[in-house]
Design a protein around this ligand. Structure first.
Ligand code: UDP
Ligand code: MG
Length: 316
């Protein structure tokens, strides 16, 4: 197959330090793609890996022109790597999959069947998660609850970025320009008929999770601030509560003064100062989160930079 021939199916895969599993992942992707009978391409994005991920990808691309490796100039994060891949995918069916074989490529057949039923977006929903710590599962559950409550568009719970999308859905997605990217929320936002297929999430095939606690926190903050302004309303609710308490305390202070005429209430003073100070700091922090994101958006920087692209090199 030559590059000018547009494949029907694109598989987009972000990779960060995945040298260990990549050869196996590529094998399974090829097998699953071949089983569909469609012409396909695999767009693998190396998100600034520090191991041999890029050599594995470059070699795979040399051996098989259906593989395209794109290497970002540094680690931009999963969501940016995914964006880079989606921007390069040329198929009319686009599958997004993790490199670590937690998402079974074999689900592709079922997903394509759903697409033929008229759904633009077929997302994998985790029926179970193997090999993940209780901490990861507990925080994930809390996260999906919180996001479900906060977001103005319903974001399906227990879904990752493992999904099959139609061309028009990907084109719509690529029109969203924000730099704080929470892709599963953005995909929910674009609408179009969406459907879930349940699957059992396997344990990582090799290596450790590339989502550090810091990355997870940033990811959650992007999700919350990107899809809701409800946290900003905390200030309104808090001030209502505080005003009520202030009124009650005023009455109490007057009564105590009338009855005893003494200086009392050290404890209540301290408590008031701590509560008011705490609430104010919290609200300032929330406002700061949004202002920080405004600042980042305002700079209009490119979402990522590309260092190498195997499709740009001359082909034999
Ligand atoms: N990943 C990435 N950049 C990052 C972190 C992760 O491209 O900064 C990729 C990683 O290689 C994998 C996918 O994103 O293909 C999901 O990451 P991981 O499996 O570590 O996350 P988890 O499944 O533990 O949530
Ligand atoms: Mg994983």
């Amino acid at each position: 197959m030559i590059m000018t021939e547009v494949p029907a199916l694109s598989i987009v895969m972000p990779c960060f330090d995945e040298e260990e599993i990549l050869p196996r992942t590529l094998l399974r992707l090829h097998a699953a793609a071949q089983a569909t009978g469609l012409a396909y391409e695999i767009v693998a994005v190396d998100d600034g890996s520090r191991d041999a991920t890029w050599s594995v990808l470059a070699e795979a691309a040399r051996q098989d022109s259906r593989v395209r490796g794109v290497r970002l100039s540094r680690n931009f994060g999963h969501q940016m790597a995914l964006t880079a891949g989606l921007e390069r995918a040329r198929g009319t069916e686009i599958l997004i999959i993790d490199a670590d074989l937690q998402d079974p490529p074999e689900l592709l057949g079922l997903m394509l069947a759903k697409r033929r039923e008229g759904f633009d977006i077929v997302y994998g929903q985790r029926h179970s998660r193997a090999g993940e710590t209780w901490f990861k599962r507990a925080t994930a559950r809390m996260f999906y609850r919180l996001i479900g409550y906060l977001s103005e568009v319903p974001i399906p719970s227990d879904t990752g970025d493992f999904r099959l999308m139609s061309r028009r859905a990907v084109d719509a997605f690529l029109q969203l320009p924000e730099s704080s990217r929470f892709i599963r929320g953005m995909v929910a936002w674009i609408g179009y008929p969406q459907v879930a297929v349940l699957y059992d999430r396997a344990a990582r095939g090799a290596g450790k999770t590339k989502y550090s606690l810091g990355k997870m926190i940033r990811f959650s903050a992007d999700a919350v601030t990107g899809f809701s302004i409800k946290p900003l309303r905390v200030a309104t609710f808090a001030s209502a509560g505080l005003l009520g308490a202030a009124f009650a305390l005023t009455v109490w202070a007057v009564v105590v003064w009338l009855l005893h005429g003494t200086v009392r209430g050290w404890a209540s003073l301290i408590v008031t100062i701590l509560v008011v100070g705490g609430v104010q700091t919290l609200i300032l922090g929330i406002i700061g989160e949004y202002i920080g994101r405004l600042f980042i958006e305002m700079k209009r920087r490119p979402l990522y930079l590309v260092r190498d692209d195997t499709a740009a090199e001359p082909r034999k």
